[in-house]
Design a protein around this ligand. Structure first.
Ligand code: MG
Length: 219
């Protein structure tokens, strides 16, 4: 019996395609405000930050290394501002709303679990009312696919891995964390083909720097 449902946020509660459209619509205003050079620098910094995150999640223990992300406070703030504005102007994924309603009807506790701060995201999307809490892997100290982030939720809500369902869009992070922990996993939507080359590019950015993560599945 499922007693706790956790939701990944990015790409799960909303689609990246819609987010991209929303960001493009906001682009001219942003360009007018900061200019092309500053905008290009902001995008580059956000890219570099996420490349570091991807490299850290591929280490053996997926530990968050804040020291390597120290110089990105401004990039994080810029990304948050852009995402908040974009998410406020778009709708969440309808498949997610249907499932959120279903679990609400069944009185199953639901939480949001993102690699990053996500309270403002669920609020901007208008779905914060469904969640008993929001969790950030960065704050917990381990990126997905570390099973420790799921264990933290299970401790907080007093449930066993077999009573926990996690819903996400990435088999290599959300799905793998569940495989290591023993929680149930539901893939809500595979990432669109459009994003695979981008993700591959991001991965190649860090290739050679670290060895691929060694998978150790729970029995
Ligand atoms: Mg995601």
């Amino acid at each position: 019996m499922i007693k706790l449902v956790s939701w990944d946020v990015d790409g799960t509660l909303f689609s990246y395609a819609r987010l991209f459209q929303s960001l493009i619509r906001l682009g001219p205003r942003k360009l007018q405000l900061v200019g092309l050079t500053a905008l290009a620098r902001e995008i580059r910094e956000v890219w570099d930050f996420h490349a570091i995150v991807e490299s850290q999640r591929r280490t053996a223990d997926c530990r968050v290394d804040e020291a390597r992300m120290k110089g990105f406070a401004e990039a994080n703030a810029n990304e948050k501002e852009a995402l908040q504005a974009a998410l406020q102007r778009m709708s969440p994924r309808q498949a997610a709303i249907r499932l959120l309603e279903r679990f609400k009807g069944l009185r199953v506790q639901q939480v949001a679990l993102s690699d990053f701060e996500c309270g403002y995201k669920v609020k901007a999307l208008g779905v914060d009312r469904y969640f008993a809490g929001t969790y950030s892997c960065r704050e917990i100290g381990y990126w997905k696919p570390s099973p420790l982030v799921l264990e933290r939720l299970q401790r907080d809500f007093g449930v066993q891995p077999g009573e926990h369902l996690h819903i996400g869009d990435r088999p290599d992070t959300d799905g793998e964390a569940c495989a290591r922990n023993g929680a149930h996993f539901q893939l809500i939507h595979a990432s669109p083909k459009l994003w695979r080359p981008l993700r591959s590019l991001l991965r190649r950015t860090v290739e050679g720097e670290l060895q691929p993560v060694k998978l150790c599945r729970s029995s």
